[in-house]
Design a protein around this ligand. Structure first.
Ligand code: ADP
Ligand code: XUL
Length: 523
């Protein structure tokens, strides 16, 4: 028992959440926003670099600098980091970081007198990291599926069909297009394991939760699949550390962090996982059947499952839960917060104005519909941006605001059917979960309550809870329910109830939305 730190390295920001398991309190949280702090240095917009033709990368050096800044900020805000017993974390999923052969030595000899950024600037064999928004690897996806005996075979082996954003196709593309740089790559990390490696001062393995997002992991054995590795790129096995248990302590934190920011020399590092698997824990989903909604840069709907039930149509993804026992089913929409922001900005609204527009319009929007593809979409797969409207004037502010949110909510209901779970409540997180009017639309469309929590950073909270569980397990035993319960109770009075009058209305809207989506796919 004591204090635990969870870190989430997500698309637009890096967040730390500090919990105290003695008092049961969330002691503090702080976010470093990439655009605000580093936009001019690294040229990122919304945390990423759009390099054309579906190529979307970010900067691992920026993430390293953000980590230094985050820990300095937590310390400067009066948190005694010396009391932190263990730290764990999460990263945006699928992104890959390519390190050269100096990396291990550099990480093992970090000098607390110098900023991390200056010391790690030379450890990369590729200066930028492809991230989950990248849609440029269709041919590599097809090749990977073919090499492993087809789509069904890959699905059976890894739990997932090949997705453009998944790490395997991304690594394959790097090998094909930059073979020399691939040759100079000694180690490939995911975003999660890269940040964990910076903290531990040595290379840290990928956990099964994030390993599932690569198209390279045998989902049942929770280990790299030698066939999938061989199909993706040559000599890949020696560029990856074996997948480790999510809840096995890696070792002590690097002396760099102790000397520079006052963490205790005995503080231990627990493997990082993906942001969605971490949110699963941070929203208390340690029992099969529970469902959650994350409204971050991406919108994701996910559930805890007993067994790896797969999505044959390729709508959803299956990941191992970082509780080292269950699985999670997930649907990921690329047009999440940035689509809502596009509408908000187009009509010159702030978030209060956006919420007022939702209040001013009726559920069902008088039959108006929008397909909200402000950028290429993951689910359903839409290769090119293009917004479609039906019964909707492009200039009608309030109707467009309602249309984008209703489209997102309807799509989340439509594409979650493969999970086979009945959605009885939605535990919500992510930046947009602060907006009660948006949640009301989701509650009405799904016909169930939406529950809010103390923090909208469930990924970082989940990391802190994982740190606690792993450290307790190392000390003799831990019960997941007891670990998560005190921190995952909905805020009293915050539950948003569905309006029963909306049920039939949205059943009908769902059928029309599905038809419009199908017509768009055929066009
Ligand atoms: P990520 O973890 O993917 O970096 P966050 O979960 O931090 O993203 O969410 C960031 C997003 O939250 C912003 O892009 C913004 O659009 C959205 N957001 C923040 N406040 C609100 C609000 N009041 N209403 C709707 N969306 C909001
Ligand atoms: C999930 C996905 C995104 C990222 C960024 O498959 O691609 O949700 O994890 O949040």
């Amino acid at each position: 028992m004591g204090k635990y730190l969870g870190i989430d390295a997500s698309t637009q920001s890096m967040t730390g959440v500090l919990i105290d398991t003695v008092t049961g309190q969330l002691e503090g949280e702080y976010s470093v926003n990439f655009d605000a702090c580093f936009g001019s240095t690294y040229g990122v917009t919304n945390g990423v670099l759009h390099l054309g033709e579906g190529v979307v990368h970010s900067s691992p050096l920026m993430w390293a600098e953000a980590l230094d800044l985050l820990l300095a900020a937590l310390r400067d805000r009066g948190h005694d980091l010396g009391q932190v017993v263990a730290v764990a974390g999460a990263g945006q999923q699928h992104g890959t970081v390519y390190l050269n052969r100096t990396a291990a030595d550099v990480l093992g000899a970090l000098d607390p007198a110098r900023p991390l950024r200056d010391q790690v600037a030379g450890i990369f064999s590729r200066p930028t990291a492809p991230v989950w928004m990248d849609t440029s690897t269709r041919s590599q996806c097809d090749e990977l599926e073919a090499a492993l005996g087809g789509r069904e075979a890959l699905l059976e082996l890894t739990g997932n069909t090949a997705f453009e954003r998944f790490s395997g196709p991304q690594i394959r593309k790097f090998w094909q297009t930059e073979p020399e740089a691939y040759g100079q790559t000694a180690c490939i990390c995911l975003v999660s394991s890269f940040i964990a490696s910076l903290l531990a001062g040595r290379l840290v393995p990928v956990d099964p939760g994030d390993g599932s997002g690569t198209n390279l992991m045998d989902i049942r054995h929770r280990q790299w699949s030698p066939q999938a590795l061989a199909a993706a790129a040559p000599d890949l096995e020696r560029r990856l550390l074996p997948i480790g248990l999510a809840s096995r302590v890696v070792g002590r934190i690097s002396p760099y962090w102790a000397a520079r920011h006052g963490l205790g020399a005995d503080c231990v590092v627990v493997p990082f996982t993906g942001d969605n698997p971490s949110s699963l824990i941070g929203l208390g989903l340690v029992t099969p059947g529970q469902v959650a909604l994350s409204l971050g840069t991406s919108d994701t709907l996910f559930a805890c499952m007993d067994a790896p039930r797969v999505s044959r149509q390729g709508e959803g993804a299956v990941f191992a839960s970082p509780d080292d026992r269950h699985y999670m089913a997930l649907v990921c929409f690329l047009n999440g917060s940035l689509a809502r922001e596009a509408v908000r900005q187009q009509f010159g609204l702030d978030w209060d104005g956006f919420a007022a527009a939702l209040r001013a319009t009726p559920p069902g929007n008088h039959g108006a519909l929008m397909l909200p593809y402000f950028a290429p979409e993951i689910v359903p797969r839409v290769g090119r941006a293009g917004v479609a409207r039906r019964g909707l004037e492009a200039t009608d502010t309030a109707a467009n605001v309602r249309a984008v949110v209703e489209a997102q909510a309807l799509s989340s209901r439509l594409h979650a059917r493969w999970m086979g779970v009945s959605v009885r409540s939605l535990n919500v997180t992510g930046g947009a979960s602060a907006n009660a009017e948006i949640l009301q639309v989701y509650a009405n469309v799904h016909g169930c309550p939406a529950q809010c929590f103390e923090t909208t950073n469930a990924a970082a909270l989940g990391a802190a809870l994982r740190a606690c569980q792993a450290q307790q397990q190392a000390a003799g035993g831990a019960d997941w329910h007891q670990v998560v319960a005190p921190f995952t109770r909905p805020v009293a009075g915050s539950t948003i109830q569905p309006d029963p009058a909306c049920r039939g209305l949205y059943d009908e809207a769902l059928a029309r939305y599905e038809a419009m989506e199908n017509e768009h796919a055929k066009a």
